[in-house]
Write a protein that binds this ligand. Structure first.
Ligand code: AOS
Ligand code: ZN
Ligand code: ZN
Ligand code: ZN
Length: 430
């Protein structure tokens, strides 16, 4: 790791200013938690073992179908995106893996790309295939769907693309393939619900057959968009049925923004785990739909409740507990590095708070039908300000006490604005 983009001196200098206050806060919180029998160092150790991947596409400014507003110094290729992801990991110390998307991140030499990432302190998370848009020169259009298309040529092309993604992932060192398809319809009657699912299952089975023995295939459901009447894998029901049909190592991925408003996502998480099908997450937040807003910015309590179910699942692994965590956001009005620093902190905070829940008290209250005390067991943990635990874990791992302040002090983006070529205007990819 000789090529890290932020100097260790800058981080040390920044931390020196806040270290005394951090120790005071950490000790005060430690005394408070000790009164309820919690060892703060044990929680800090758990936090130090937590990580969440970042999406390569999240490093660039997102956009809407109306417009995209690039910022100076924005990355334009996977190499620059890796560099930005490295900044996020250096300062936060919780984002050591990047999830690539193909063909967006296509390069000629993946062995070299893996090496490049490793020099930046980064590994690779799930590989994402893209059969939701046509590429220049493509033989068959995805306008009428990909894995579920009536056109056998389009289906075959989509299957082959996913198999190519697996091959790229093998070279990078990934072990998960995430499949999200936009397949669906805009009009009643446009397609037969049963037959389109049949075709999807048949195509997905061909991809699954090409999966290496230690890989998982993660199916990401989404209620709507780009299809606005029906979507082939629209909900966790369709997703788990498909995963059960496809095979043992086919699991479900929950993107928090892909549900109807007010749906009880934490219960979905518990259900998927109960049947051994919880594969992973795309963290983000939303107010209306697939808004891809920053994690915890709208409903941090929901994020906490999701992590509470994950803590329950971890304590009761049933068929195993190995969900992959990553961010999937669109940063339309912020510097993407700042958004991901802030989001990684919000996600880790919810993980830490869920670790503080007195499980014995919670379960005891549940058994005794003591509703208020069951709720209070969660509320007590949610109300704790875990910031000193997170900051201490970061400092001990070489990160920054205040990630955003350190990032701004580094002048990184302004430096990149000098070095990188400007992004053209145009519609963005959400
Ligand atoms: C789309 O809504 C999904 O969230 C997918 O995860 C998608 O591959 C990703 O957001 C990139 O567009
Ligand atoms: Zn997603
Ligand atoms: Zn989405
Ligand atoms: Zn999204």
């Amino acid at each position: 790791m000789s090529n890290l983009p932020i100097s260790a001196d800058l981080i040390a200098e920044h931390n020196a200013k806040g270290l005394e206050a951090l120790h005071e806060d950490y000790e005060a919180l430690g005394r408070k938690l000790a009164r309820t029998g919690i060892d703060i160092d044990a929680i800090k150790k758990r936090v130090a073992g937590f990580s969440v991947a970042v999406p390569s596409w999240g490093a660039g400014r997102g956009g809407t179908r109306f417009a995209k507003f690039p910022i100076p110094g924005e990355p334009t290729n996977i190499h620059e995106k890796l560099e930005d992801c490295s900044v996020i990991n250096q300062l936060s110390t919780v984002t050591p893996r990047v999830s690539p998307h193909f063909p967006w991140d296509k390069v000629a030499d993946y062995k070299a790309l893996r090496e490049e990432a490793s020099e930046l302190g980064l590994g690779w998370d799930a590989v994402n295939s893209n059969t939701f848009q046509d590429q220049v020169g493509q033989a068959h259009t995805y306008a009428n769907g990909s894995l579920s298309s009536q056109d056998a040529g389009a289906r075959q092309q989509a299957v082959e693309h996913n198999i190519e993604c697996i091959e790229i992932g093998r070279q990078l060192g990934s072990t998960d393939l995430t499949v999200w398809v936009g397949d669906g319809t805009n009009f009643p009657g446009q397609q037969d619900f049963a037959r389109s699912l049949d075709r999807y299952l048949d195509s997905a089975a061909q991809i699954y057959a090409a999966l290496p023995g230690d890989w998982r295939m993660l199916l990401e459901h989404k209620m709507f968009e780009p299809a606005f009447y029906s979507t082939v894998i629209s909900d966790w029901g369709s997703s788990i049925l498909a995963a059960q049909t496809i095979g043992e190592r086919c699991k479900c991925l929950v993107d928090l923004g892909h549900h109807a408003p007010n749906v009880n996502i934490e219960q979905i998480v518990a259900r998927l785990h109960r049947f051994g099908k919880l594969g992973g997450f795309h963290f983000n937040d939303s107010k209306y739909g697939d808004d891809d807003l920053d994690s915890g910015s709208i409903n941090p309590h929901q994020l906490f409740l999701v992590f509470n179910e994950l803590a329950e699942a971890e304590a009761n692994p049933r068929d195993g507990f190995n969900p992959s965590y990553m961010i999937d956001q669109s940063h339309n009005v912020t510097d993407p590095i700042e958004s991901m620093l802030s989001s990684a902190e919000a996600i880790t905070a919810c993980f830490a708070k869920a670790s503080l829940v007195d499980r014995a008290a919670l379960h005891g209250a549940q058994e005794a039908n003591d509703t208020m005390m069951a709720f209070q067991a969660l509320r007590r943990a949610y109300n704790v300000d875990v910031a000193p635990i997170l900051a201490m874990a970061r400092v001990e791992a070489g990160g920054a006490i205040d990630v955003l302040a350190a990032y701004r002090a580094s002048g990184y983006r302004a430096r990149k604005a000098q070095e990188r070529k400007a992004v053209g205007l145009g519609a963005g990819i959400v």
